[in-house]
Design a protein around this ligand. Sequence first.
Ligand code: NAP
Ligand code: MG
Length: 495
Amino acid sequence: MSERYLNYIGGKWVEPSTGDYYENRNPANWDEVIGEFPRSAKDDVDQAVAAAKKAYKDWRLVPAPMRGLILRRIGELMVEHKEELAKDMTREMGKVIKETRGDVQESIDTAFYAEGESRRLFAPHVPSELPNKTGYTMRVPIGVAGLIAPWNFPSAIPAWKMFPAIVSGNTVVIKPATDTPYTVYKMVQLMIEAGLPPGVVNIVFGSGTKVGIPIVEHKDTNVISFTGSVDVGRDIAERGGKYLKKVSLELGGKNAVMIMDDANSELALDGVIWGAFGTTGQRCTATSRLLLHENIHDKFLEMLIDKVKNLRLGDGLIESNDVGPLINEKQVKTVHNYVEIGKSEGAKLLIGGEPTTEGDLSKGWFYKPTVFSDVTQDMRIFQEEIFGPVLSVVKFANFEEGLQILNNCEYGLSSSIYTENLLYAMQAARDFETGIVYVNAPTIGAECHFPFGGFKNTGNGHREGGWTVYEIFTEWKTIYIEYSGKLQRAQIDNV
Ligand code: NAP
Ligand code: MG
């Protein structure tokens, strides 16, 4: 029997109240079981929130720079364990090892940033309008943070949420995605080793409905941070709204690269391949639409197809492989369904378009990198997030038309322009309706110390990453201090 892993609540590894477990398997080799993880329920969430609430009493009073020292230690331990974390992440999630190393590195960077921020958490002092009176502001933690993560960045997204929440003085209850529980398990082990007191971090494994919803609806989770799909995000916003909770949502994308006819085409080609097929297209910032200027359209497509042909699919633990499997069988079905939709809508399938079980791939959820040309704006493969290795190509005649096509989208996460022309680059930076714009770089590759998030259905206005994530995990407090020794009435006594 494979190893069993437990929930971590109030400083102890504990069985789920249900006594029920599920198997976590390797998407590149479905015969391999990584371990058995709890199928928890509301009772487990209740216990975890109670433990977090109890720990909050003391944790909020630990000076932030002292909390920061623990974050530094967490980062150092992750450096020591980087290779092992990356290998296990590839086994449970599938993406290739160079990408899982990057995923761990992003968590390390986020831990060190959190340590730095622990000595800042700046809050302005502002002059009062009355004499002998002053006002200042401070950031205070919110309480218990409920964190819900997806599977595509098994380490980085939980780190983006846990580390700033904890260093700000909150305590957390995290629910990892059902498909990638092991990475968070291992991270929490290191967080304990680094010295986090009991109850500051709690994990409850299990499904979105049985564990996710109770976290959102618990009266004592004061802030919710969620990354995932638009439908679930909407559900969480509605449920959280009833309790007037602060809810931060990072949702989907349908990101486009626009290539002008003056672009460096070799550079653009590398960027498109990496953006579209990195993480097997399962990134919220993946390049899903490619807009090609009509003067270069045919030539660029030829170059693109040549490159796509040579991408090596396979087990992500083999260094020479470029593209790993999809996360699970359901995702293979979803992606294939979109390919069928694309064909029926009249798009031209240039390459790929089917799952593959050739050779070594027989036990995994592999899907051939796929490119459609002749895509039009009314097609579903142009509009909807596919979350797989499918690229939809659209032709445009000039910058204005390309801009209109790029912005015709319900999402607004990431976008990119390839051009040598400063005028186009500057207009793109201003006019692309996305939270992130790249110039001469692919749509993926965010750095942890910049704000991350998007417009439209990509979210509800929050930004993770950088200094902006600290807006999510702190409340503002204003303190007025009167030292005139008398009652002074603002707006009345001084006019
Ligand atoms: P998902 O189905 O929305 O699930 C995300 C998380 O929410 C999982 O932990 C899931 O649990 C849980 N969940 C499901 N239903 C829930 C509910 N009703 N209430 C509370 N929690 C619930 O998304 P996914 O398939 O894991 O991830 C893919 C999506 O995430 C894509 O749309 C992608 O664009 C988006 N994404 C966005 C960003 C960003 O920062 N903008 C980054 C990465 C991914 P289970 O695992 O048990 O289903
Ligand atoms: Mg798995």
